[in-house]
Design a protein around this ligand. Structure first.
Ligand code: ZN
Length: 157
């Protein structure tokens, strides 16, 4: 395999060496494992931080804490509103480890906090016209556009 037998026998003084055998150790393509998703998320979170902005390191840590608490808050609201509207349980509902010990983490649980926040927020805004930062749901799309300053926490400060 990939080995070319020398053909210089007696005809020249050329030295023929066997080609080095390259072992193909390709473990990719075995399907999307959770490790892949995790490392993908890590890459995502790393690329989001501009290395030139060291000053923001501390606030970033605080922001992530804030984001996580916003996500918890949003997931609780989603559960309440879904239940009130007879919607089936979905992965946006809060994960209760104590109830489901064998339950695998959903893909949602593996997302970085920023993505979790985005998904829960968009869900609440599109399905219930609810803004977690305004703390209320709006009667119409128009009301939300007029009265809610934006999708981000910063917009509400
Ligand atoms: Zn708002």
């Amino acid at each position: 395999m990939g080995f070319k037998k020398g053909s210089s026998l007696g005809l020249s003084n050329g030295i023929t060496e066997p080609l080095p055998i390259v072992l193909k150790n390709d473990k990719k393509g075995l399907g999307k494992s959770k490790d892949h998703i995790k490392s993908y998320n890590q890459e995502m979170s790393q690329t989001e931080i501009d290395p030139s902005q060291f000053r923001s390191n501390i606030s970033t840590r605080l922001e992530i804490k804030q984001i996580k608490s916003d996500v918890r808050n949003a997931r609780n609201i989603i559960e309440q509103m879904d239940m009130a509207n007879n919607k089936p349980q979905n992965e946006l509902w809060p994960t209760r480890i104590d109830q489901n010990e064998d339950l695998e983490e959903s893909e949602f649980d593996l997302l970085i906090p920023e993505m979790q926040l985005k998904q829960t927020m968009l869900y609440l805004r599109s399905v219930y016209r609810y803004c977690i930062y305004c703390g209320c749901s709006f009667d119409t799309e128009e009301d939300m556009e007029n009265d809610c300053p934006g999708e981000a926490r910063e917009d509400h400060e």
